[in-house]
Design a binder for this molecule. Structure first.
Ligand code: HEC
Length: 510
Protein backbone atom coordinates (compact mmCIF):
# COMPACT_ATOMS: atom_id res chain seq x y z
CA UNK A 1 0.00 0.00 0.00
CA UNK A 2 2.67 2.42 0.97
CA UNK A 3 4.44 1.84 -2.29
CA UNK A 4 1.32 2.60 -4.32
CA UNK A 5 0.84 5.86 -2.53
CA UNK A 6 4.40 6.88 -3.06
CA UNK A 7 4.07 6.13 -6.75
CA UNK A 8 0.82 7.96 -7.08
CA UNK A 9 2.37 10.94 -5.45
CA UNK A 10 5.16 11.02 -8.01
CA UNK A 11 2.56 11.03 -10.75
CA UNK A 12 0.77 13.83 -9.03
CA UNK A 13 3.83 16.00 -9.09
CA UNK A 14 4.41 15.22 -12.74
CA UNK A 15 0.84 16.13 -13.61
CA UNK A 16 1.13 19.32 -11.67
CA UNK A 17 4.31 20.31 -13.43
CA UNK A 18 2.76 19.77 -16.81
CA UNK A 19 -0.26 21.79 -15.86
CA UNK A 20 -2.75 18.99 -16.32
CA UNK A 21 -5.61 20.12 -14.19
CA UNK A 22 -7.80 17.27 -15.27
CA UNK A 23 -8.88 14.07 -13.69
CA UNK A 24 -8.35 10.83 -15.53
CA UNK A 25 -11.84 11.05 -17.03
CA UNK A 26 -11.00 14.43 -18.45
CA UNK A 27 -13.38 16.39 -16.26
CA UNK A 28 -12.03 19.56 -14.69
CA UNK A 29 -10.57 19.12 -11.23
CA UNK A 30 -12.82 20.58 -8.63
CA UNK A 31 -10.30 22.37 -6.55
CA UNK A 32 -6.85 23.50 -6.10
CA UNK A 33 -5.03 20.51 -4.61
CA UNK A 34 -2.93 19.31 -7.49
CA UNK A 35 -3.01 15.79 -6.16
CA UNK A 36 -6.71 15.65 -6.83
CA UNK A 37 -5.91 15.20 -10.51
CA UNK A 38 -3.70 12.27 -9.79
CA UNK A 39 -4.07 8.56 -9.83
CA UNK A 40 -6.79 6.57 -8.21
CA UNK A 41 -6.33 4.68 -4.97
CA UNK A 42 -5.28 1.10 -5.47
CA UNK A 43 -4.39 0.24 -1.96
CA UNK A 44 -5.54 -2.53 0.13
CA UNK A 45 -5.84 -5.60 -1.94
CA UNK A 46 -3.09 -8.05 -2.48
CA UNK A 47 -4.19 -11.64 -2.77
CA UNK A 48 -5.49 -12.03 -6.26
CA UNK A 49 -5.94 -8.87 -8.22
CA UNK A 50 -7.23 -10.51 -11.32
CA UNK A 51 -10.17 -12.26 -9.74
CA UNK A 52 -11.03 -9.12 -7.79
CA UNK A 53 -11.09 -7.18 -11.01
CA UNK A 54 -13.38 -9.76 -12.58
CA UNK A 55 -15.83 -9.57 -9.69
CA UNK A 56 -15.53 -5.80 -9.74
CA UNK A 57 -16.45 -5.65 -13.39
CA UNK A 58 -19.50 -7.75 -12.84
CA UNK A 59 -20.50 -5.68 -9.85
CA UNK A 60 -20.07 -2.47 -11.76
CA UNK A 61 -22.07 -3.74 -14.72
CA UNK A 62 -24.90 -4.65 -12.38
CA UNK A 63 -24.97 -8.19 -13.69
CA UNK A 64 -24.02 -9.82 -10.42
CA UNK A 65 -23.82 -8.85 -6.81
CA UNK A 66 -23.19 -12.31 -5.56
CA UNK A 67 -20.48 -14.21 -3.77
CA UNK A 68 -22.45 -17.23 -2.53
CA UNK A 69 -22.27 -19.17 -5.77
CA UNK A 70 -25.22 -20.31 -7.86
CA UNK A 71 -28.39 -21.58 -6.15
CA UNK A 72 -28.88 -25.34 -6.08
CA UNK A 73 -31.83 -27.15 -7.62
CA UNK A 74 -33.59 -28.18 -4.44
CA UNK A 75 -36.29 -25.99 -3.06
CA UNK A 76 -38.39 -26.14 0.09
CA UNK A 77 -41.33 -23.84 0.65
CA UNK A 78 -42.25 -22.88 4.22
CA UNK A 79 -45.80 -21.64 4.72
CA UNK A 80 -47.19 -19.50 7.51
CA UNK A 81 -47.63 -21.70 10.59
CA UNK A 82 -44.78 -24.03 9.65
CA UNK A 83 -41.26 -24.01 11.08
CA UNK A 84 -38.31 -22.58 9.20
CA UNK A 85 -35.92 -24.53 11.41
CA UNK A 86 -37.58 -27.80 10.40
CA UNK A 87 -36.99 -26.88 6.78
CA UNK A 88 -33.33 -26.14 7.49
CA UNK A 89 -33.00 -29.53 9.19
CA UNK A 90 -34.37 -31.29 6.13
CA UNK A 91 -32.45 -29.21 3.61
CA UNK A 92 -29.45 -30.62 1.78
CA UNK A 93 -26.66 -28.16 1.11
CA UNK A 94 -27.58 -26.14 -1.96
CA UNK A 95 -31.26 -25.84 -1.04
CA UNK A 96 -33.26 -22.67 -1.51
CA UNK A 97 -35.74 -22.32 1.35
CA UNK A 98 -38.54 -20.00 0.37
CA UNK A 99 -40.43 -18.62 3.32
CA UNK A 100 -43.91 -17.33 2.58
CA UNK A 101 -45.35 -14.19 4.16
CA UNK A 102 -46.56 -14.77 7.71
CA UNK A 103 -45.24 -14.54 11.24
CA UNK A 104 -42.65 -16.94 12.59
CA UNK A 105 -41.60 -17.10 16.23
CA UNK A 106 -38.33 -18.96 16.23
CA UNK A 107 -34.57 -18.91 16.12
CA UNK A 108 -33.19 -20.35 12.92
CA UNK A 109 -29.80 -22.09 13.18
CA UNK A 110 -28.02 -22.87 9.94
CA UNK A 111 -24.96 -25.05 10.42
CA UNK A 112 -24.61 -26.41 6.90
CA UNK A 113 -23.32 -24.89 3.70
CA UNK A 114 -25.05 -23.23 0.78
CA UNK A 115 -28.47 -22.68 2.31
CA UNK A 116 -30.48 -19.79 0.92
CA UNK A 117 -33.15 -18.46 3.22
CA UNK A 118 -35.25 -16.35 0.94
CA UNK A 119 -38.39 -14.54 2.01
CA UNK A 120 -41.25 -14.45 -0.46
CA UNK A 121 -42.67 -10.95 -0.71
CA UNK A 122 -46.24 -10.63 -1.90
CA UNK A 123 -47.97 -7.31 -2.26
CA UNK A 124 -45.40 -5.88 0.11
CA UNK A 125 -46.01 -8.61 2.72
CA UNK A 126 -42.89 -10.34 3.96
CA UNK A 127 -42.24 -13.20 6.30
CA UNK A 128 -41.76 -11.71 9.78
CA UNK A 129 -39.42 -13.26 12.33
CA UNK A 130 -40.80 -12.04 15.64
CA UNK A 131 -38.89 -12.82 18.84
CA UNK A 132 -41.69 -11.48 21.07
CA UNK A 133 -39.03 -9.84 23.21
CA UNK A 134 -38.19 -13.33 24.53
CA UNK A 135 -36.01 -15.09 21.98
CA UNK A 136 -32.42 -14.14 21.70
CA UNK A 137 -31.52 -14.47 18.02
CA UNK A 138 -33.45 -14.58 14.77
CA UNK A 139 -30.94 -16.20 12.41
CA UNK A 140 -27.60 -17.74 13.42
CA UNK A 141 -25.47 -19.31 10.74
CA UNK A 142 -22.13 -21.03 10.72
CA UNK A 143 -22.24 -22.45 7.20
CA UNK A 144 -20.60 -21.07 4.08
CA UNK A 145 -22.42 -19.66 1.11
CA UNK A 146 -25.41 -18.57 3.21
CA UNK A 147 -27.96 -16.13 1.83
CA UNK A 148 -30.57 -14.41 4.01
CA UNK A 149 -32.90 -12.07 2.23
CA UNK A 150 -36.31 -10.40 2.24
CA UNK A 151 -37.24 -10.87 5.93
CA UNK A 152 -38.62 -8.55 8.54
CA UNK A 153 -36.92 -9.22 11.88
CA UNK A 154 -38.21 -7.68 15.05
CA UNK A 155 -38.28 -7.95 18.86
CA UNK A 156 -35.34 -10.28 19.43
CA UNK A 157 -33.01 -9.63 22.36
CA UNK A 158 -29.60 -10.49 20.93
CA UNK A 159 -28.89 -10.64 17.22
CA UNK A 160 -30.97 -10.15 14.13
CA UNK A 161 -28.72 -12.08 11.76
CA UNK A 162 -25.43 -13.37 13.13
CA UNK A 163 -22.80 -15.37 11.31
CA UNK A 164 -20.03 -17.30 12.97
CA UNK A 165 -17.10 -18.09 10.66
CA UNK A 166 -19.25 -18.46 7.53
CA UNK A 167 -17.65 -17.29 4.29
CA UNK A 168 -19.26 -16.11 1.04
CA UNK A 169 -22.43 -14.71 2.61
CA UNK A 170 -25.11 -12.41 1.28
CA UNK A 171 -27.45 -10.58 3.61
CA UNK A 172 -29.84 -8.54 1.62
CA UNK A 173 -33.07 -6.64 1.66
CA UNK A 174 -34.08 -7.30 5.26
CA UNK A 175 -35.94 -4.93 7.55
CA UNK A 176 -34.43 -5.27 11.00
CA UNK A 177 -36.37 -3.12 13.38
CA UNK A 178 -36.28 -2.73 17.17
CA UNK A 179 -34.36 -5.84 17.79
CA UNK A 180 -31.58 -6.55 20.21
CA UNK A 181 -27.98 -5.69 20.50
CA UNK A 182 -26.71 -6.31 16.98
CA UNK A 183 -28.70 -6.12 13.77
CA UNK A 184 -26.54 -7.82 11.15
CA UNK A 185 -23.41 -9.31 12.66
CA UNK A 186 -21.16 -11.47 10.51
CA UNK A 187 -18.23 -12.51 12.65
CA UNK A 188 -15.07 -14.17 11.35
CA UNK A 189 -16.45 -14.23 7.83
CA UNK A 190 -14.66 -13.67 4.57
CA UNK A 191 -16.13 -12.46 1.33
CA UNK A 192 -19.56 -11.13 2.21
CA UNK A 193 -22.17 -8.66 1.08
CA UNK A 194 -24.53 -6.69 3.30
CA UNK A 195 -26.80 -4.62 1.10
CA UNK A 196 -30.22 -3.01 0.78
CA UNK A 197 -31.17 -3.61 4.39
CA UNK A 198 -33.02 -1.22 6.68
CA UNK A 199 -31.97 -1.23 10.34
CA UNK A 200 -33.33 0.76 13.21
CA UNK A 201 -33.56 0.68 17.00
CA UNK A 202 -30.50 -1.50 17.63
CA UNK A 203 -28.84 -1.06 21.00
CA UNK A 204 -25.25 -1.51 19.90
CA UNK A 205 -24.23 -1.73 16.24
CA UNK A 206 -26.84 -2.01 13.51
CA UNK A 207 -24.43 -3.43 10.94
CA UNK A 208 -21.48 -4.96 12.75
CA UNK A 209 -18.69 -6.45 10.66
CA UNK A 210 -16.51 -8.24 13.22
CA UNK A 211 -13.12 -9.90 12.62
CA UNK A 212 -13.96 -10.33 8.94
CA UNK A 213 -12.30 -9.80 5.55
CA UNK A 214 -13.35 -8.70 2.08
CA UNK A 215 -16.72 -7.20 2.85
CA UNK A 216 -19.07 -4.94 0.92
CA UNK A 217 -21.64 -2.90 2.81
CA UNK A 218 -23.81 -0.90 0.43
CA UNK A 219 -27.21 0.72 -0.07
CA UNK A 220 -28.38 0.23 3.48
CA UNK A 221 -30.56 2.63 5.45
CA UNK A 222 -29.47 2.76 9.05
CA UNK A 223 -31.09 5.04 11.61
CA UNK A 224 -31.75 5.50 15.35
CA UNK A 225 -29.22 2.95 16.54
CA UNK A 226 -26.22 3.53 18.78
CA UNK A 227 -23.63 2.68 16.14
CA UNK A 228 -24.78 2.74 12.53
CA UNK A 229 -22.21 0.76 10.54
CA UNK A 230 -19.20 -0.67 12.32
CA UNK A 231 -16.12 -2.23 10.76
CA UNK A 232 -14.29 -3.83 13.68
CA UNK A 233 -11.03 -5.80 13.61
CA UNK A 234 -11.62 -6.38 9.90
CA UNK A 235 -9.72 -5.81 6.70
CA UNK A 236 -10.64 -4.94 3.11
CA UNK A 237 -14.07 -3.46 3.55
CA UNK A 238 -15.96 -1.01 1.38
CA UNK A 239 -18.82 0.94 2.90
CA UNK A 240 -20.63 2.84 0.17
CA UNK A 241 -23.91 4.41 -0.84
CA UNK A 242 -25.51 4.02 2.56
CA UNK A 243 -27.84 6.45 4.26
CA UNK A 244 -26.83 6.68 7.90
CA UNK A 245 -28.70 9.12 10.10
CA UNK A 246 -29.93 9.80 13.64
CA UNK A 247 -27.62 7.25 15.23
CA UNK A 248 -25.24 8.12 18.08
CA UNK A 249 -22.26 7.50 15.77
CA UNK A 250 -22.69 7.03 12.02
CA UNK A 251 -19.94 4.95 10.41
CA UNK A 252 -17.10 3.54 12.50
CA UNK A 253 -13.87 1.82 11.53
CA UNK A 254 -11.91 0.65 14.52
CA UNK A 255 -9.94 -1.88 16.48
CA UNK A 256 -11.41 -3.30 19.65
CA UNK A 257 -8.53 -4.32 21.88
CA UNK A 258 -8.47 -7.81 23.34
CA UNK A 259 -10.01 -9.77 20.47
CA UNK A 260 -8.15 -12.64 18.81
CA UNK A 261 -7.77 -10.70 15.56
CA UNK A 262 -5.82 -7.53 16.13
CA UNK A 263 -6.05 -5.23 13.12
CA UNK A 264 -8.40 -3.13 11.04
CA UNK A 265 -7.14 -1.86 7.71
CA UNK A 266 -8.07 -1.02 4.15
CA UNK A 267 -11.50 0.40 4.69
CA UNK A 268 -13.02 2.64 2.05
CA UNK A 269 -15.93 4.79 3.21
CA UNK A 270 -17.40 6.55 0.20
CA UNK A 271 -20.53 8.09 -1.23
CA UNK A 272 -22.56 7.80 1.95
CA UNK A 273 -25.05 10.25 3.37
CA UNK A 274 -24.00 10.59 6.99
CA UNK A 275 -26.31 12.99 8.74
CA UNK A 276 -27.53 14.15 12.14
CA UNK A 277 -26.00 11.30 14.11
CA UNK A 278 -26.71 12.98 17.43
CA UNK A 279 -28.90 10.35 19.08
CA UNK A 280 -28.32 10.12 22.84
CA UNK A 281 -26.17 7.07 23.51
CA UNK A 282 -28.30 4.15 24.76
CA UNK A 283 -25.53 1.53 24.55
CA UNK A 284 -25.06 -0.86 27.47
CA UNK A 285 -22.93 0.83 30.14
CA UNK A 286 -19.32 -0.28 29.83
CA UNK A 287 -19.63 -1.42 26.21
CA UNK A 288 -17.29 0.13 23.68
CA UNK A 289 -20.05 1.87 21.81
CA UNK A 290 -21.21 3.45 25.06
CA UNK A 291 -18.01 5.50 24.77
CA UNK A 292 -18.96 7.04 21.40
CA UNK A 293 -19.72 10.70 21.87
CA UNK A 294 -23.18 11.46 20.49
CA UNK A 295 -22.85 13.61 17.40
CA UNK A 296 -20.06 11.74 15.61
CA UNK A 297 -20.46 11.26 11.86
CA UNK A 298 -17.51 9.04 10.99
CA UNK A 299 -15.20 7.61 13.64
CA UNK A 300 -11.79 6.11 12.91
CA UNK A 301 -10.18 4.54 15.96
CA UNK A 302 -6.77 2.88 15.62
CA UNK A 303 -7.67 1.61 12.13
CA UNK A 304 -5.09 1.94 9.34
CA UNK A 305 -5.44 2.84 5.67
CA UNK A 306 -8.96 4.18 5.89
CA UNK A 307 -10.03 6.27 2.89
CA UNK A 308 -12.96 8.67 3.33
CA UNK A 309 -14.26 9.98 0.03
CA UNK A 310 -17.26 11.84 -1.34
CA UNK A 311 -19.50 11.48 1.65
CA UNK A 312 -21.99 14.11 2.67
CA UNK A 313 -21.40 14.58 6.36
CA UNK A 314 -23.61 17.12 8.06
CA UNK A 315 -25.22 18.20 11.32
CA UNK A 316 -23.08 16.43 13.88
CA UNK A 317 -22.65 18.22 17.15
CA UNK A 318 -19.31 16.65 18.17
CA UNK A 319 -17.53 16.30 14.81
CA UNK A 320 -18.12 15.21 11.26
CA UNK A 321 -15.06 13.00 11.25
CA UNK A 322 -13.31 11.97 14.47
CA UNK A 323 -9.95 10.22 14.30
CA UNK A 324 -8.62 8.87 17.57
CA UNK A 325 -6.08 6.42 18.98
CA UNK A 326 -6.71 3.91 21.75
CA UNK A 327 -5.18 5.84 24.60
CA UNK A 328 -7.53 8.77 24.06
CA UNK A 329 -10.69 6.70 23.64
CA UNK A 330 -13.18 6.08 26.41
CA UNK A 331 -13.98 2.62 27.85
CA UNK A 332 -10.84 0.92 26.56
CA UNK A 333 -7.90 -1.03 27.85
CA UNK A 334 -4.98 -0.87 25.47
CA UNK A 335 -3.99 -4.22 23.93
CA UNK A 336 -0.21 -4.62 23.68
CA UNK A 337 -0.74 -6.74 20.56
CA UNK A 338 -2.69 -4.07 18.68
CA UNK A 339 -1.13 -0.93 17.24
CA UNK A 340 -3.13 1.76 19.07
CA UNK A 341 -2.69 4.47 16.42
CA UNK A 342 -4.66 5.20 13.27
CA UNK A 343 -2.09 5.41 10.46
CA UNK A 344 -2.43 6.49 6.84
CA UNK A 345 -5.97 7.82 7.02
CA UNK A 346 -6.84 9.58 3.76
CA UNK A 347 -9.58 12.19 3.71
CA UNK A 348 -10.38 12.95 0.08
CA UNK A 349 -13.07 15.40 -0.95
CA UNK A 350 -16.23 15.21 1.15
CA UNK A 351 -19.07 17.65 1.58
CA UNK A 352 -19.18 18.67 5.20
CA UNK A 353 -21.30 21.29 6.90
CA UNK A 354 -22.82 22.16 10.29
CA UNK A 355 -20.55 19.87 12.26
CA UNK A 356 -18.92 20.40 15.64
CA UNK A 357 -21.45 23.00 16.75
CA UNK A 358 -21.70 21.68 20.31
CA UNK A 359 -18.62 19.59 20.69
CA UNK A 360 -17.25 17.72 23.70
CA UNK A 361 -14.98 19.46 26.25
CA UNK A 362 -11.92 17.44 25.12
CA UNK A 363 -12.23 18.86 21.62
CA UNK A 364 -12.87 22.36 22.88
CA UNK A 365 -9.70 22.12 24.95
CA UNK A 366 -7.78 20.90 21.94
CA UNK A 367 -8.99 23.86 19.93
CA UNK A 368 -8.14 26.28 22.67
CA UNK A 369 -4.63 24.93 23.01
CA UNK A 370 -4.13 25.47 19.27
CA UNK A 371 -5.75 28.92 19.42
CA UNK A 372 -8.28 27.67 16.94
CA UNK A 373 -11.77 28.97 16.38
CA UNK A 374 -14.87 27.72 14.76
CA UNK A 375 -16.87 24.52 14.81
CA UNK A 376 -14.79 21.54 13.82
CA UNK A 377 -15.73 19.29 10.90
CA UNK A 378 -12.71 17.06 11.36
CA UNK A 379 -11.02 16.28 14.68
CA UNK A 380 -7.94 14.21 15.23
CA UNK A 381 -6.80 13.26 18.73
CA UNK A 382 -3.62 11.37 19.55
CA UNK A 383 -0.76 10.11 17.42
CA UNK A 384 -0.74 8.35 14.04
CA UNK A 385 1.50 8.52 10.99
CA UNK A 386 1.23 9.05 7.25
CA UNK A 387 -2.28 10.51 7.06
CA UNK A 388 -3.41 12.99 4.41
CA UNK A 389 -6.21 15.27 3.35
CA UNK A 390 -7.25 17.03 0.15
CA UNK A 391 -8.43 20.61 0.04
CA UNK A 392 -8.22 21.11 3.73
CA UNK A 393 -9.31 24.74 3.45
CA UNK A 394 -12.85 23.51 2.88
CA UNK A 395 -13.23 22.39 6.49
CA UNK A 396 -12.55 23.49 10.01
CA UNK A 397 -10.01 20.97 11.23
CA UNK A 398 -8.32 20.33 14.56
CA UNK A 399 -5.20 18.30 15.13
CA UNK A 400 -4.45 17.70 11.45
CA UNK A 401 -1.25 19.74 11.24
CA UNK A 402 0.87 16.75 10.28
CA UNK A 403 -1.54 15.52 7.59
CA UNK A 404 0.03 15.86 4.15
CA UNK A 405 -1.74 16.33 0.81
CA UNK A 406 -3.05 13.00 -0.49
CA UNK A 407 -1.31 11.48 -3.48
CA UNK A 408 -4.56 10.22 -4.99
CA UNK A 409 -7.86 11.88 -5.61
CA UNK A 410 -10.37 9.06 -5.75
CA UNK A 411 -10.88 5.34 -5.19
CA UNK A 412 -12.42 4.57 -8.57
CA UNK A 413 -9.84 1.91 -9.32
CA UNK A 414 -10.95 -0.06 -6.29
CA UNK A 415 -14.47 -1.10 -7.21
CA UNK A 416 -14.70 -3.91 -4.71
CA UNK A 417 -12.72 -6.11 -2.37
CA UNK A 418 -15.03 -9.05 -3.00
CA UNK A 419 -13.74 -12.31 -4.39
CA UNK A 420 -15.12 -15.31 -6.19
CA UNK A 421 -16.27 -17.83 -3.54
CA UNK A 422 -13.43 -18.62 -1.15
CA UNK A 423 -12.86 -21.90 0.71
CA UNK A 424 -14.31 -22.30 4.22
CA UNK A 425 -12.37 -20.83 7.08
CA UNK A 426 -10.43 -23.28 9.14
CA UNK A 427 -10.32 -22.34 12.78
CA UNK A 428 -7.47 -24.08 14.54
CA UNK A 429 -8.85 -26.40 17.22
CA UNK A 430 -6.80 -24.51 19.80
CA UNK A 431 -8.50 -21.23 18.88
CA UNK A 432 -12.04 -22.54 18.79
CA UNK A 433 -12.90 -22.15 22.44
CA UNK A 434 -11.44 -18.69 22.73
CA UNK A 435 -13.15 -17.40 19.63
CA UNK A 436 -16.55 -18.75 20.60
CA UNK A 437 -16.12 -17.38 24.10
CA UNK A 438 -15.17 -13.89 22.98
CA UNK A 439 -17.67 -13.87 20.15
CA UNK A 440 -20.69 -15.33 21.96
CA UNK A 441 -20.42 -15.82 25.72
CA UNK A 442 -18.71 -12.55 26.59
CA UNK A 443 -21.77 -10.74 25.27
CA UNK A 444 -23.59 -11.91 28.41
CA UNK A 445 -20.95 -13.09 30.88
CA UNK A 446 -18.07 -11.07 32.31
CA UNK A 447 -15.48 -12.37 34.70
CA UNK A 448 -16.12 -10.57 37.93
CA UNK A 449 -19.61 -9.18 37.72
CA UNK A 450 -23.21 -9.66 36.77
CA UNK A 451 -24.14 -8.87 33.21
CA UNK A 452 -27.01 -10.59 31.42
CA UNK A 453 -25.80 -13.84 32.93
CA UNK A 454 -23.98 -14.66 36.18
CA UNK A 455 -20.27 -13.86 36.62
CA UNK A 456 -17.74 -16.25 35.09
CA UNK A 457 -16.12 -16.54 38.50
CA UNK A 458 -19.31 -18.01 39.93
CA UNK A 459 -19.56 -20.42 36.98
CA UNK A 460 -15.98 -21.54 37.51
CA UNK A 461 -16.74 -22.31 41.13
CA UNK A 462 -19.68 -24.47 40.04
CA UNK A 463 -18.00 -26.42 37.26
CA UNK A 464 -14.36 -26.34 38.29
CA UNK A 465 -13.17 -29.74 37.05
CA UNK A 466 -16.05 -30.65 34.85
CA UNK A 467 -15.95 -28.88 31.51
CA UNK A 468 -18.11 -31.62 29.98
CA UNK A 469 -20.95 -30.80 32.38
CA UNK A 470 -20.67 -27.15 31.43
CA UNK A 471 -20.70 -28.07 27.76
CA UNK A 472 -23.83 -30.16 28.30
CA UNK A 473 -25.54 -27.35 30.15
CA UNK A 474 -25.07 -24.81 27.37
CA UNK A 475 -26.48 -27.20 24.78
CA UNK A 476 -29.68 -27.40 26.74
CA UNK A 477 -29.79 -24.83 29.53
CA UNK A 478 -32.41 -25.16 32.21
CA UNK A 479 -33.66 -22.29 34.31
CA UNK A 480 -31.63 -22.09 37.53
CA UNK A 481 -31.86 -18.61 38.96
CA UNK A 482 -35.01 -16.63 39.57
CA UNK A 483 -33.26 -13.30 39.28
CA UNK A 484 -31.78 -14.01 35.85
CA UNK A 485 -33.43 -14.56 32.49
CA UNK A 486 -33.14 -17.90 30.77
CA UNK A 487 -29.90 -18.63 29.00
CA UNK A 488 -30.45 -19.27 25.28
CA UNK A 489 -29.36 -22.75 24.11
CA UNK A 490 -26.03 -22.92 22.28
CA UNK A 491 -26.82 -26.20 20.53
CA UNK A 492 -25.96 -24.70 17.14
CA UNK A 493 -22.31 -25.04 18.21
CA UNK A 494 -21.01 -28.52 17.49
CA UNK A 495 -20.12 -30.70 20.50
CA UNK A 496 -16.38 -30.13 20.07
CA UNK A 497 -16.80 -26.36 20.08
CA UNK A 498 -19.08 -26.58 23.12
CA UNK A 499 -16.43 -28.47 25.01
CA UNK A 500 -13.68 -26.13 23.83
CA UNK A 501 -15.62 -23.07 24.93
CA UNK A 502 -16.43 -24.71 28.26
CA UNK A 503 -12.74 -25.36 28.88
CA UNK A 504 -11.89 -21.82 27.88
CA UNK A 505 -14.55 -20.36 30.17
CA UNK A 506 -13.14 -22.33 33.09
CA UNK A 507 -9.64 -21.02 32.40
CA UNK A 508 -10.12 -17.29 31.90
CA UNK A 509 -8.86 -15.12 34.70
CA UNK A 510 -10.20 -11.70 33.85
C1 HEC B 1 -27.80 -13.95 25.80
C2 HEC B 1 -27.05 -14.06 26.99
C3 HEC B 1 -26.17 -15.26 27.22
C4 HEC B 1 -25.22 -15.78 26.40
C5 HEC B 1 -24.86 -15.32 24.99
C6 HEC B 1 -24.59 -16.83 27.12
N1 HEC B 1 -25.15 -16.96 28.35
FE1 HEC B 1 -24.64 -18.32 29.78
N2 HEC B 1 -26.14 -17.62 30.97
C7 HEC B 1 -26.98 -16.59 30.68
C8 HEC B 1 -27.94 -16.43 31.73
C9 HEC B 1 -29.04 -15.40 31.78
C10 HEC B 1 -27.66 -17.42 32.68
C11 HEC B 1 -28.40 -17.69 33.97
C12 HEC B 1 -29.45 -18.73 33.72
C13 HEC B 1 -30.10 -19.23 34.94
O1 HEC B 1 -29.48 -19.22 36.01
O2 HEC B 1 -31.25 -19.68 34.84
C14 HEC B 1 -26.50 -18.14 32.17
C15 HEC B 1 -25.89 -19.16 32.85
C16 HEC B 1 -24.77 -19.84 32.39
C17 HEC B 1 -24.13 -20.90 33.12
C18 HEC B 1 -24.50 -21.36 34.52
C19 HEC B 1 -25.02 -22.76 34.55
C20 HEC B 1 -25.37 -23.21 35.95
O3 HEC B 1 -25.37 -24.43 36.13
O4 HEC B 1 -25.62 -22.41 36.83
C21 HEC B 1 -23.08 -21.32 32.33
C22 HEC B 1 -22.11 -22.42 32.64
C23 HEC B 1 -23.09 -20.53 31.12
N3 HEC B 1 -24.14 -19.64 31.21
C24 HEC B 1 -22.18 -20.66 30.10
C25 HEC B 1 -22.23 -19.95 28.91
C26 HEC B 1 -21.33 -20.13 27.81
C27 HEC B 1 -20.17 -21.09 27.77
C28 HEC B 1 -21.72 -19.28 26.84
C29 HEC B 1 -21.12 -19.09 25.45
C30 HEC B 1 -21.11 -20.23 24.60
C31 HEC B 1 -22.87 -18.54 27.34
N4 HEC B 1 -23.14 -18.97 28.59
C32 HEC B 1 -23.54 -17.59 26.61
C33 HEC B 1 -26.94 -15.79 29.55
C34 HEC B 1 -26.12 -16.02 28.45
Amino acid sequence: MTRTIVLAFVFALAGFAAGHWYTKQGTPAREADAARVAASYEGGFRADRESAAAVGERLASGSITAVAGTPGEHEIVVADGESIQEAVKRAAPGTVIRVRPGTYHETVYIDKDAIRLVGVIEQGRRPVLDGHGKLNDAVLYSGNGIVVENFTITRYKGNGIMGQAGNNFEIRNNLIIDTGVYGIFPQLGKNGIVEHNVLSGIEDAAIYIGMSDNIHVAHNVVFENVAGIEIENSRHAIVENNHVYDNTGGILAFITPGLPIKTTSDVIIRNNFVMRNNHPNFGAPGSIVAGIPAGTGILVMAADDVVIEDNIVSDHKTAGILIVDHTNAANLTVDPESDPNPDRVAILDNVMFRNGYDTIPEVKALMLSGLQRGEPDIVRVGPGAGSCILNRARYVTVGLDDFGVCGFGNTDATVTYLLPPVPPRVIEPGERGKIAYLGICSGCHIYGGRMVGPPVQAIQALYMDDPQALADYIANPVRKRDDYPEMPPQDYLDPETRLAVAKYMLEVRN
